[in-house]
Design a protein around this ligand. Sequence first.
Ligand SMILES: C[S@@+](CC[C@H](N)C(=O)[O-])C[C@H]1O[C@@H](n2cnc3c(N)ncnc32)[C@H](O)[C@@H]1O
Length: 308
Amino acid sequence: MTDRPVCDYEGSNYQDDFWGKGEREYEDRAEQIALKAMLPKAGGLFLEIGAGAGRQTPLLKNFDHVVLMDYSRTQLEQARERLGTSTRYTFVAANVYQLPFKPRVFSAAMMIRVMHHLVEPLAALKEIKSTLAEGGAFILEFANKQNLKSILRYALRQQSWSPFSPEPVEFVKLNFDFHPQTMRQWIREAGFEIKAQRSVSHYRIGALKKIVPPTLLAALDGAVQPTGEWIQFAPSVFIKAEVRSQESGVRSKSPRDESNLHAKRPTSIFVCPICKGELQKESDYFQCSACGKKWGIRNGIYDFKEAL
Ligand SMILES: C[S@@+](CC[C@H](N)C(=O)[O-])C[C@H]1O[C@@H](n2cnc3c(N)ncnc32)[C@H](O)[C@@H]1O
């Protein structure tokens, strides 16, 4: 669908292999602390981008409706198994570069542990911004190249790339670390205003994780996360941004107003991801009235990954 390569998790056991063995309980809890501090307290329609198996989705319990979107259909199937078949959730397979959503339908969004797979962050950020209501919140996690471990490795000449230079580093194919300053620049260029920053997972050190219980280590991390407002040396950075108003200081509608309209009828939020044309709903597919492409609905998943 786009020429941009995608890190495809189709068929992957990411949730069980990466999180299910208990070795990353500290990181999981530290991320929850950051999210609880940064997520809006409540809202209408929420978009989780690259939701995977829905690891952090339960934190969104105060939103009226949550759209879990991911490139991988099997990740979404796992999310549905984990979260249950509540009508609070809609599952959508799509590519972040070509989102199948009408402009400004979501009151808030988050994207956790996905940015590090993206070759064109700015293009993705602009696409996400277009789906958010004015003033809508966006919580973004990204991997920080300027972390203490990489600074140390660079100083000891164990690493060739500089943690201080602005360009992303692709340390493994389709796995990128970013400089916080560059990421902030892209976020602003996409039309967001940065409201808060947290640095997360300061204590991602094997020896420490072996001796300190994960709950305590995560609590200690939570205590230092707010320093991310000024300086970021942890491997993970969380940013809370908001869609900038068109006219400075004036909001035409609160994000909740607009998204509530759609929360009642979530299927009316879709457009063709390719041409952004209107969709006609048939029994088990949508058809674009502009370009004619058909998009399937399979196993309760709205599938905008490939046209039928
Ligand atoms: C490391 S997992 C993170 C999953 C979840 N956010 C979490 O924190 O547990 C990355 C997820 O991003 C999804 N992803 C990668 N590239 C994507 C793209 N271009 N569009 C949509 N999803 C993408 C993958 O399918 C995968 O589920």
